[in-house]
Design a protein around this ligand. Structure first.
Ligand code: F6R
Length: 615
């Protein structure tokens, strides 16, 4: 959701903070703000819209000598939860005295009650946000005891909900205080500077040495020191970790959009996902992070795949892999649903939380629920050191590299790869033969070549998108392994192009939605040459009988499929297991070009944010 940056060091704080915010903009982009301390004064600017609007305002409103002199500050890019996007609601928020400035990510659930209490004590508020209430509460404690760190701890002990915060105080020109509960905070340890942010993207240009705060950690940051406490102000210690990717990974690198860059990275990202994890002698996968002995694996009776959004679609694919390769009964659980119903979970179940960011609130809550119910829980995350990765303690990192485009692409294919390798490993511990295991490994090793061939279709897909980009509605249909791809293709299209798109099992179409088909409602059929294709082509006929144009993602050289389709995107021939890979990359490109022709903001679609840390 929102992005936070804080800085204390020997460089100009304005440039560092605004540069950091730009790298975090994918976390939220409805408003932004900054507060810097210099010469006994707080300089605060806020603006609605993009970080660039804020930067323009800062460089226009603040004299150059002040900008150059700033060495300390906090900044924020917002995705609104409480209160509409407006300057008043943008962060940083100040306390009643105007001495404390705070940026906050998360939700303070009991803010109304605290606000009432503070109002009765004479506080007046300028915004509708829960965050301003927290700033006032810290200020109130600070007024009582004059100890800034103690004031932050005191306030945080009063609040319910989630927070990642960075705060500064006019009277303390040498420190920034940060804390977290449920919202990530990463502290970067530079040379004579400390930079803190909600994720590593804002830090990597300065240092690769970081400390990931745990829930209820508070840290007093100086330019050359980090004093770590818990919210009871008791010292704690945390390891220093190294960020594995370099700064270029968070740049567009010549592409027009991060989304396109990330689509084109997939041959490499998939290689990084499977590299070193294939045992070509035993025909199995090496996933030591799962931390399961062969006996423990054999003892698992059911797999629960828990996720949201695109990761949920990867989970749906995972069900096919686990059932087909490992003979393991597998349920797919939308995380938000799992946490609020009363799911039946046994000690011999393995719950697998799938999350690119590792921070999604619903998935995290589901992890905790599955743990409470006694299941083994493991995480498939991309972001190293993320909350889900750390709380599960075991799991498999995707190693897909940072995903900045709000629409998830390369994380999906890496999730698919990890699920396939997990199923292979479980399968080899059960009934899957070594020969079959070796065949699957050969398939996996072919993926970079398959991806590269699929990407060659870019211009062809752009040509089809040009023809259809004006439509208002779209259907995506698929069966079997390609059914989750239909859902994912529709999600990609709707989130970045704002076209109403529905993903359906091809057989379900005739149970209602077929009523909506007309000549200007196209259908994208996942028509690759895998089991179920004949039936799918029958469903394509049903669509064409209603005069809906049908675009097919089909296996190259499949003349039969071509004869049923109005437009064909011919992807390379693969096994059934890998058909979703080439098909989904074609669907990603299709959504990308549709959005491009419609002039949409592809990397920052309206109303969305990259990591959803609220329910
Ligand atoms: C869609 C998209 C979202 C995420 C969902 C879960 O392109 O990115 O649907 O997949 O918010 O996010 P993670 O995987 O970070 O838990």
């Amino acid at each position: 959701m929102c992005g936070i940056v804080g800085y204390i060091g020997e460089n100009n704080a304005a440039d560092v903070l605004l540069g950091g915010l730009k790298r975090l903009e994918y976390r939220g982009y409805d408003s932004a703000g900054i507060c810097m301390l210099d010469g006994g004064e707080l300089h605060t600017e806020r603006s609605v819209g993009k970080v660039q609007d804020l930067a323009d305002k800062v460089y226009q409103n603040l004299p150059e000598n002040i900008i150059q002199a700033t060495r300390l500050g906090v900044a924020h890019t917002r995705w609104a939860t409480h209160g509409e996007p407006s300057e008043e609601n943008a962060h940083p928020h100040l306390d009643q005295s105007g001495r404390v400035a705070l940026v906050h990510n998360g939700i303070i659930e009991n803010y109304k009650e605290i606000r009432q209490r503070l109002t009765a004590a004479g506080h007046s508020f300028k915004s509708q946000t829960d965050s301003e209430v927290l700033a006032h509460l810290i200020g109130a404690y600070y007024g009582e005891n004059g100890d800034f760190l103690q004031a932050v701890c005191g306030a945080l002990n009063q609040v319910e909900g989630t927070f990642g915060i960075a705060a500064l105080c006019l009277d303390q020109p040498d420190c920034v205080v940060v804390a977290r509960r449920g919202s990530p905070i990463v502290v970067g340890l530079g040379h004579n500077e400390t930079i803190v942010a909600s994720d590593a993207a804002a830090i990597i240009a300065h240092t690769d040495q970081v400390i990931y705060l745990d829930d209820d950690d508070v840290a007093l940051l100086k330019r050359d020191d980090v004093d770590l406490r818990n919210i009871h102000n008791v010292p704690v210690s945390r390891d220093v970790a190294r960020i594995e990717w370099d700064a270029r990974a968070a740049e567009k690198d010549g592409y027009d959009h991060f989304m396109l860059k990330e689509i084109f990275e997939q041959a490499d990202s998939l290689c990084n996902t499977f590299r070193g994890r294939l045992d070509v002698k035993q025909g199995t996968a090496i996933l030591s992070g799962l931390n399961l002995t062969p006996r423990e694996m054999a003892d698992i009776q059911k797999v629960l795949l828990i996720a949201c959004g695109t990761s949920l679609h990867a989970a749906m694919l995972g069900k096919y892999y686990f059932e087909d390769l490992a003979d393991l009964c597998t349920d797919v659980e939308p995380a938000a649903e799992f946490r609020y119903r009363n799911p039946i979970v046994h000690a011999r179940d393995l719950a697998v939380a799938i999350s690119q960011s590792g921070e999604t609130a619903d998935t995290l809550a589901a992890v905790r629920e599955a743990m409470n119910k006694g299941a083994r829980v493991t995480g498939l995350c991309n972001v190293v050191g993320s909350t889900i990765a750390r709380e599960t303690g075991t799991g498999v990192y995707l190693h897909a590299g940072p995903e900045i485009g709000v629409a998830s692409t390369k994380a999906f294919t890496s999730q698919m790869m990890v699920l396939m390798m997990m199923a292979l490993k479980f399968g080899r511990g059960r009934r899957l033969s070594i020969q079959k295991g070796l065949e699957i490994i050969k398939e996996i090793e072919r993926t970079p070549e398959l991806v590269a061939k699929t990407l060659e279709l870019n211009q062809h897909i752009a040509g089809i998108a040009k023809k259809y980009h004006y439509v208002r509605d779209f259907f995506f249909i698929g069966r079997g392994y390609l059914y989750p791809v239909a859902l994912e293709g529709a999600l990609k299209l709707k989130e970045i192009s704002y076209i109403h798109a529905e993903g359906y099992h091809a057989a379900e179409l005739k149970h209602g939605p077929i009523a909506l088909l007309e000549p200007d409602v196209p259908v994208l059929a996942l028509a690759c040459d895998v089991p179920g294709k004949d039936k799918l082509l029958g469903n394509v006929e049903e669509c064409r009988a209603r005069k809906a144009p049908v675009i097919g993602i089909a296996t190259e050289d499949d003349e039969e499929a071509v004869s049923y389709l109005d437009e064909v995107i011919p992807v390379p021939r693969t096994s059934t297991l890998l058909a979703p890979l080439t098909a989904v990359i074609a669907a990603q490109l299709f959504a990308y070009h549709m959005a491009r022709f419609r002039g949409c903001e592809i990397d920052q679609p309206r109303n969305l944010a990259k990591s959803v840390t609220v329910e």
